[in-house]
Every structure is written in structure tokens, then in C-alpha cells.
Design a protein. Structure first.
Lengths: 382, 314
């Protein structure tokens, strides 16, 4: 099974994984590959590296997809049938747009947007990027302008935050806290304002009165919209579970990212989410047929061609590379044991940085043309 | 050069994937070796992934892992309970477990970060206000990656602003004052010599400046050795077409390393051009286990950045 066949017919590809593994590049390469196959594709990213952003035509945050020019990409004659669009997400703006969308009128929307709790909430890094990314994805999906949406998930404390953070924030916004406040007394927000319950009094004492006053007015403003938030949360959940959705995990071959990826993959499988495969980025592929040749053997061989002194430096360099190649192979094997049924594709560590469309095309070729490795799974337990 | 070990509290941050945790551990090891009682505090990520230095099953406790070196994982929920117990006694414990309280507090954005900062303040405090733990000469915080670390550091100011009056406002200001004291608190950025990581380091420096804080140092991790001259490279390049498998594969490995080393040197130049802060470089370690790696880096850190002997009178 290849990555191309796994992603065939998918409308939504979510690229998740730990930070610093080349997720943005991989997402863009996946989008490029699906565009090459004829689809109209949009890749949604947060905070891409400057030169990659420039390559994608993202000179500023538009918060709407812009068309990426592929006229000059060197495709060796295969050409690109579809379209590639790219968007850099502006979390604060997306949050404001969401409020505009769910508020009953412009006045109510303005009140919420000027509330201090709302401003802290929408500017906070933790959770709001994940929440807005999913929210934007939901709107783009419903608008239906694209055949395929590829989401580069935001950099997070850990990969799983992408699944948990929007749910936490949705729970906060859809008024579960509010309902809990209402339920025990039936007196609604007046209880909060008066500090009548001992719990509320204690929280009020600890936090300072203004916080609760702002929180209560925030929830009061949101009050009429809680059904919209609940509906959206349910819609997002359906979207993430749809058979046309694919979660692709991107990792490097280093021990910590691999640990996180195994955990993330298991969480997807346990949660019944459509886990499509793993991309292992920046892999040191073995060079040559005898990678286990010792350093001194290599140095001796090389000394027939260059000075013994240079030969020994080249041999030292080769030994260092082979040790990286060995540990990368072990890490990839570990992922294969953990996920015997899913395709695992490796992208070699290129000797240069990826920051133009031609380099993206090269990455895409590794992703889509290399046959993904699937092991027969005699040891699969279940 | 005394290096950041002269501080009492150090936040170590950087882009994801640059080896931040390992460098934080190396810094703590180097400090402990100089005789300082040192705590390496990781912030619980709730991934279940094991931190290389925090013993399993010992989350949220300070555990001695080597002479003078303790490690712990800060858990926001437990920190909240501790805070409530200190302030409200047994009632605090009861309060913390009610669903209403949890709905109001721990789901609120920023609350986990606030509790984490409060615990860091308590750990680094010369008097340990919780009244249970050791006093440390140095607390090294293995902070989250850049964006989240900036959010974490800004949380006390945000709460002080939101609450204005009351115990939370007062506590937040105390924590903010500790963070802002350059003699007490330092910030170390870890980066690799790659474009995005360097850009993020410069952003971090600017974000800290914006809040009146300064980087103490930048640690450039994983530098490839720069083994070859221009004339070497010409010869090695020719060998990549050699018919002998072992020869051309060794030559290709050497060329790969050379290209990477060249790219890295461009980024080091860029860092030096844009940063006034001291730069410390650490070598790429090939094929070591994570903990061994931290010890090797501690050696390298000690060489690059002489750690002064502990003041015995303290």
C-alpha cells in the first residue's frame, strides 16, 4: 500500500506529530502531491518558516487561502493537473470571525470581543491555536471550495494537545462550566455575582472579584450561543471521524518524537479516529551495500585514493553517519512493530534545507512514489 | 565568564526538536558537579512519555538522581492542590476536588500555566514557603517550547492584570518580580544551527525584551564537525563516483556532513550577527543514549563555559 493509495479519495488530511520534525514541510508536500494527482487542494498552516512561506506565496497572514504558482516547478514533465492553495492561520482573527458568526447581532459580537476574559482566551497560546485551526478547517470543509484540505497542526506542548485542547476549550465555551454553576441552585448567574455559594465565595476570594465578574459577563454574553458551540463541537467531531478524513503522523527518527508518535497513534486507534499512516522525516538512509564496514577498513580502502590523513577523516565522517543511519533504522522498525497495519514512509535527510517549491517537489516524490513499507504482521496482537 | 549558573533560577527553552530537555539536564548536571544543590524541574506534559531524568512513579516529588542533583516533574493539578492547602488548610483539599471548582478554575485558560509558575516560584524561593522541600542553589526549569514558554512566563502578569486585587493579584506580582530579577532568574535559549530554529531564537529574544527580560545565553546544540577544507571536498566529491561500494558510500556520507556543516556555519554567522548574548556551541553526539548524552553535553558545557566553584559559605 502506498501513501497515494491510502490518501486517495480523502477530503481532509490532518498532519499531526511532535514539534520540530518538519511537519509544515511534509504537509505542504502532501498537499502538492494531491494537487499533482488532479485535486484542488488547500494546505492550512500556522507560522511557517519565512522562506517556505515565501515559496508558498504567503507573504502575510491572509487567513484565506491563496493560490500557489506551480508554473515553474521542475516536475520532469509529469506536470501538475490540480491546484495548490495555501493559508497561514491567524488564530486571533479566526476566533473573532467565529464570534461574528455565532453572535446573534453585531452589537453582541462587539461586546464579547471587548471582554477581558475573551481577549485573554483568544490570545492565549495554549489551546486557542488548536481550537481555531479545527474551527477554520470546519468552515472551509463546509464551504466546499476545495477537493482536499491538508492541515498542518499547530506547534504544541505535545502532539496529543491537538486532540485534547479544542475539546477543553469547547467544553469551556459551550457552557459546561456555566451549566454546572446553574444546576445546583437554579439561581443562575446571580449566585455568582453575589458569591452566595461557599465554593463561589472561595474562588472569588482567591481570584479577586473582577475575574469572576468578567467571567460571568462573558458567559452571560455567550449564553445564547452555547447551542451553536455545541453544534459546532459535534460537527467537528463528525468531521474528524469521517471515512474521508485521514490522520497522518509526521515524526523524525529520534527517540523522543518516536515515543510521542507511538502514543499519538495508539490514541487515534483507541479513539476510533481514521489513522492513515506515518511519515518519518529526515532519515539517514544507509549508504552502500556494506554499511557495517569498520572505520579502519574504510580508511585503508580510501587511502588508496587520497592521503591517509584525509582518508581517516572521511572514514570518521562515514562512521558517524552510519551510526545515525543505524539508530534511524531501529526507530523506524519500532514504529513498524507498533503499527504493523499502517503504511510508514521515510523521507531521507537532505543535505540542504527545504524552502522552495522544487525541494517540496523532491519531498513529494519520496512521499508518493516510494512504496510504503508494510510488514506481514505475524506478531500482531490486536 | 560565569555563565548562567550564577543565577538561582534558569528557564531553558527553544524550538521543538532541538534537544532542549537534554541541554537543560546537562546544565543541571554541570551545576550539581560544581557542588551546587540543583533541581531539574520538568513540566508535566501529560503525554505519559518518560522524561529521561525523572524516575518513573515519582512525578511531582523532588528525587535525588545524582549527588546534589534532584529532579521532578511539575504537575499543575497537584500544584493547585498544594496551593489551596497552604492557603485554606483542609478545606482547600475538599474545595479542590469539587467539580464546580474544577470547572471554574482548571478549565479556565491560563490556570494550569499559573499554577505551574506558582510552583516554580515555590521551588526556587530561598525559604521554600510550602515548608516541605530543600532549598536549592539552582533550579533549572526544562520549560515548554518557545511559544508556550513565552505564554507561561507572561501568565503572572496576565493574572495580576485580570485580578487587580486580592490574593491572586498579589501572588502573581510576587512571581512576576522573581522572574524579572536578572540577578535571580536567567533564560537560556537552546537552538540548532538551522534556519527555523535560529529565527525562533531571535523571536524569543525579542519577546523577552518586550517583557523587559533578557536572554542569558544561547546554546547551539548538535553542531556537525567541520572536517574538510575546500581542496579536501574536491577530492571527496570525486570519490562519490568511485566504483567501490565502501569508498563511494563513505564519500557520500562525508559530503552529506560537509553540506550540513556549511549550512550550520551560515546560521551560526547569522546568530552572531544578530545576538549580543553569549553563544555556547555543543557538538552533535552520534548514537548515544539520552542520559549518557546529557552527561557528555555537561562535559562539553563545562569546557565551553567554565562553571565557577560553588560558594561554600552559602
Amino acid at each position: 500500500m502506498t501513501l497515494a493509495s491510502v490518501l486517495h479519495g480523502k477530503r481532509l488530511v490532518i498532519c499531526g506529530g511532535p514539534g520540530g520534525v518538519g511537519k509544515t514541510t511534509s504537509s505542504a508536500a502532501v498537499a502538492l502531491g494531491m494537487a499533482a494527482a488532479g485535486a484542488r487542494v488547500a494546505v492550512i498552516t500556522i507560522d511557517p518558516a519565512k522562506r517556505l512561506a515565501n515559496a508558498l506565496g504567503l507573504h502575510e497572514l491572509h487567513n484565506d487561502p491563496v493560490r500557489v504558482s506551480l508554473d515553474r516547478v521542475r516536475t520532469n514533465g509529469t506536470g501538475v493537473d490540480g491546484e495548490l492553495w495555501a493559508m497561514a492561520l491567524d488564530p486571533k482573527r479566526t476566533f473573532d470571525e467565529l464570534i461574528d458568526h455565532v453572535a446573534p447581532d453585531a452589537e453582541r459580537a462587539a461586546q464579547i470581543k471587548s471582554n477581558r476574559i475573551y481577549n485573554e482566551l483568544s490570545n492565549a497560546i495554549s489551546g486557542s491555536q488548536e481550537f481555531t485551526a479545527v474551527s477554520k478547517l470546519f468552515d472551509l470543509e463546509r464551504a466546499g471550495h476545495f477537493d482536499v484540505l491538508v492541515l498542518d497542526t499547530p506547534p504544541s506542548r505535545n502532539a496529543l494537545d491537538f486532540l485534547h485542547a479544542p475539546r477543553r476549550l469547547s467544553a469551556f465555551l459551550d457552557g459546561r462550566a456555566l451549566r454546572l454553576l446553574m444546576r445546583p441552585t437554579g439561581l443562575g448567574m446571580r449566585v455568582l455575582a453575589r458569591g452566595a455559594s461557599p465554593v463561589v465565595a472561595a474562588v472569588s476570594h482567591l481570584s479577586g472579584g473582577d475575574v469572576l465578574a468578567d467571567t460571568s459577563s462573558f458567559f452571560r454574553l455567550l449564553g445564547e450561543m452555547t447551542d451553536d458551540f455545541s453544534d459546532r463541537a459535534a460537527g467537528v467531531d463528525r468531521m474528524l471521524r469521517a471515512p474521508t478524513t485521514a490522520f497522518l503522523l509526521v515524526t523524525s527518527a529520534e527517540p523522543h518524537p518516536v515515543d510521542e508518535t507511538v502514543l499519538f497513534g495508539r490514541t487515534l486507534v483507541d479513539g476510533g479516529l481514521p489513522f492513515a499512516g506515518i511519515v518519518v522525516n529526515r532519515v539517514h538512509e544507509p549508504l552502500g551495500r556494506r554499511p557495517k564496514a569498520s572505520r579502519s577498513d574504510v580508511a585503508t580502502l580510501l587511502a588508496h585514493r587520497v592521503s591517509p590523513e584525509l582518508a581517516s577523516r572521511v572514514a570518521a565522517s562515514a562512521e558517524a553517519y552510519q551510526s545515525l543511519a543505524r539508530s534511524d533504522a531501529l526507530a523506524t522498525a519500532r514504529l513498524r512493530r507498533a503499527f504493523p497495519a499502517e503504511p510508514i514512509v521515510t523521507i531521507p535527510h537532505l543535505p540542504r534545507d527545504v524552502h522552495d517549491i522544487d525541494a517540496l517537489w523532491e519531498i513529494h516524490a519520496h512521499l508518493f512514489q516510494a512504496r510504503a513499507h508494510i510488514r506481514a504482521s505475524p506478531r500482531r496482537t490486536g | 565568564v560565569t555563565g548562567p549558573v550564577s543565577h538561582r533560577l534558569i528557564f531553558v527553552t527553544g524550538k521543538g526538536g532541538v534537544g532542549k530537555s537534554t541541554v537543560a539536564a546537562a546544565l543541571a548536571i554541570a551545576s550539581a558537579r560544581s557542588g551546587r544543590r540543583t533541581l531539574l524541574a520538568e513540566i508535566s506534559s501529560q503525554t505519559g512519555a518518560q522524561h529521561p531524568f525523572v524516575p518513573p512513579g515519582q512525578i511531582a516529588q523532588e528525587v535525588e538522581v545524582e549527588p546534589a542533583l534532584l529532579a521532578m516533574s511539575i504537575d499543575a493539578d497537584l500544584a493547585m492542590e498544594e496551593y489551596l492547602q497552604i492557603r485554606l488548610g483542609r478545606l482547600g483539599g475538599v474545595l479542590g476536588s469539587t467539580r464546580l471548582f474544577q470547572a471554574l478554575t482548571m478549565t479556565a485558560p491560563g490556570m494550569r500555566e499559573m499554577q505551574t509558575m506558582a510552583k516554580i516560584w515555590e521551588l526556587a524561593h530561598p525559604e521554600r514557603p510550602a515548608g516541605t522541600g530543600d532549598v536549592y542553589d539552582l533550579v533549572v526549569v526544562d520549560a515548554p517550547a518557545t511559544g508556550h514558554a513565552i505564554g507561561l512566563l507572561r501568565t503572572p502578569a496576565m493574572f495580576a492584570e485580570l485580578a487587580r486585587v486580592g490574593p491572586v493579584a498579589k501572588g502573581s506580582r510576587l512571581i512576576g518580580a522573581m522572574i524579572a530579577d536578572p540577578a535571580f532568574t536567567g533564560f537560556v535559549a537552546v537552538t540548532t544551527a538551522e534556519e527555523m530554529a535560529v529565527t525562533e531564537t531571535l523571536h524569543l529574544r525579542d519577546a523577552l525584551h518586550h517583557d523587559g527580560l533578557n536572554l542569558s545565553a544561547v546554546v547551539v546544540n548538535r553542531l556537525y564537525p567541520d572536517r574538510f577544507t575546500v581542496s579536501d571536498v574536491e577530492q571527496v566529491q570525486d570519490l562519490t563516483a568511485d566504483p567501490a561500494d565502501a569508498v563511494h558510500s563513505a564519500a557520500r556520507a562525508a559530503m552529506f556532513e560537509h553540506h550540513r556543516a556549511r549550512l550550520q556555519s551560515t546560521q551560526i554567522t547569522r546568530l552572531r550577527a544578530h545576538l549580543a548574548e553569549p553563544l555556547v556551541t555543543l557538538p552533535f553526539l552520534f548514537g548515544d543514549e539520552a542520559d549518557q548524552c546529557a552527561h557528555r553535553l555537561a562535559d562539553a558545557l563545562n569546557d565551553a563555559w567554565p562553571v565557577p566553584a560553588a560558594n561554600a559559605g552559602r
